[in-house]
Design a protein around this ligand. Structure first.
Ligand SMILES: NC(=O)c1ccc[n+]([C@@H]2O[C@H](COP(=O)([O-])OP(=O)(O)OC[C@H]3O[C@@H](n4cnc5c(N)ncnc54)[C@H](O)[C@@H]3O)[C@@H](O)[C@H]2O)c1
Length: 358
């Protein structure tokens, strides 16, 4: 197959592309605008492969997207390109509206017209796979899980923009017959994640002996999934998922943010005893909560398990150990992806500039 992966220079997209190139015979076209979150260094291991192609294109530019479809005539598109950081969406929602909503519309519109030109098997097999988040469902109290039937109730500009894009994808399926599949996944973690997200941020700050700010009381619960498990689930849904269906993906790893931070501190005490700030948990500080902060997310991933046979390989214990070790081993990558405009400062406090995490 020839597959366009949008956002392939980002955290999850690059994991998907590394897997596709190393484990399959597919041709991959990475369509990415290379925003602050996109980094081609994450694809260094595959860039020389003749089956890997890069298109420096912004999904807000419909004409440029159209050219990529014309040039490559893909068998499928997996759409991950997005603005993805909740704090940034509070600081500046406009980019989220333009990329996550208008950008998705452009892709759907181009894909719809492209599918109309296909015939036979190529038409029957074409898929538009939209990659989304569990945050579209809002939050839960202490019990219950998000299923594919849970009503949408997004809280942040980020989750509202992703919810909008999910609705567009469903409408383009129902109204225009675009053959779509949708996935909604919980929080991912692993190597190559931009150090503004909780796990790499805390790991790198702790290594430098800097404060580890925890939002509010740190009791917010998230379900964590290793990015390689997510990438495997995405590949499976693209190839075997039923048209028009949604699949929730999760790791069965519910943790409070404070537990995650404490786990990282304990691992660093063991793996990096020379670093300043030992014991690392002494660096934890509680700071003002994020506005509208969701209390708990928890995913029921029973459908993808029952219907497609997917289950995660990593437990949180095995995955977080590998991840912390990855950041210890890849200091150079971390230094290079952080340009002058981002210095792990707190965003999204509606004017309160106190330094913080997540
Ligand atoms: N990270 C998570 O925990 C998580 C969980 C569930 C779902 N998701 C979804 O998965 C997708 C990927 O997430 P991620 O964490 O890898 O994001 P990321 O921020 O690491 O990467 C996003 C990528 O999209 C590219 N991009 C941004 N705007 C673009 C535009 N206008 N045109 C073309 N490319 C553009 C960036 O350059 C970057 O390479 C997103 O759609 C996100 O909503 C993420």
């Amino acid at each position: 197959m020839k597959i366009i992966v949008t956002g392939g220079a980002g955290f999850i997209g690059s994991a998907v592309i590394r897997q596709y190139i190393s484990e399959t015979d597919h041709d991959i076209i990475n369509l990415d605008a290379l925003t602050y979150a996109g980094n081609l260094e994450s694809l260094a291991s595959v860039e020389a492969d003749p089956r890997y192609h890069f298109e420096h294109v912004d999904i807000r530019d419909r004409e440029a997207v159209q050219h990529v479809f014309d040039r490559h005539r893909p068998d499928a598109i997996m759409h991950l390109a997005a603005e993805s950081h909740v704090d940034r969406s509070i600081e500046g929602p406009a980019e989220f509206i333009m990329t996550n909503i208008v950008g998705t519309y452009n892709l759907l519109d181009v894909a719809r017209r492209y599918v109309d030109t296909l015939r036979g098997e190529k038409k029957d097999n074409f898929r538009f796979h939209h990659v989304s988040t569990d945050e579209v469902y809002g939050d839960l109290d202490a019990t219950g899980y998000f299923t594919e039937e849970t009503a949408y109730e997004p809280s942040s500009p980020y989750s509202a923009s992703k919810a909008s894009s999910d609705h567009l994808v469903r409408a383009w399926h129902r109204t225009f017959g675009v053959p779509v599949v949708i996935t909604n996944c919980s929080n991912n973690y692993g190597g190559y994640q931009f150090p503004e997200k909780l796990i790499p941020l805390v790991t790198l700050n702790a290594l430098e002996g800097r404060p580890l700010p925890v939002y509010g009381d740190g009791k917010q619960v998230r379900d964590w999934l290793h990015v390689d498990d997510h990438a495997r689930a995405l590949r499976l849904v693209l190839e075997k998922g039923a048209i028009g269906e949604t699949y929730n993906i999760g790791g069965h790893n519910e943790k409070t943010n404070l537990e995650v931070v404490q786990t990282i501190c304990a691992l660093l005490d063991e793996l990096a005893p020379e670093s300043p700030g030992m014991p690392h948990a002494s660096l934890i500080t509680f700071v003002i909560d994020r506005p509208g902060h969701d209390v708990r997310y928890a995913i029921d991933a029973g459908k993808i398990q029952r219907e497609l046979g997917w289950a995660p390989d990593e437990t949180f214990d095995s995955g977080i150990r590998k991840t912390v070790q990855w950041y210890l081993d890849n200091g150079e990558w971390c230094r290079r992806v952080q340009d002058g405009s981002y210095r792990r400062e707190r965003l999204g406090t509606l004017g309160n500039k106190q330094a913080a995490a997540e």
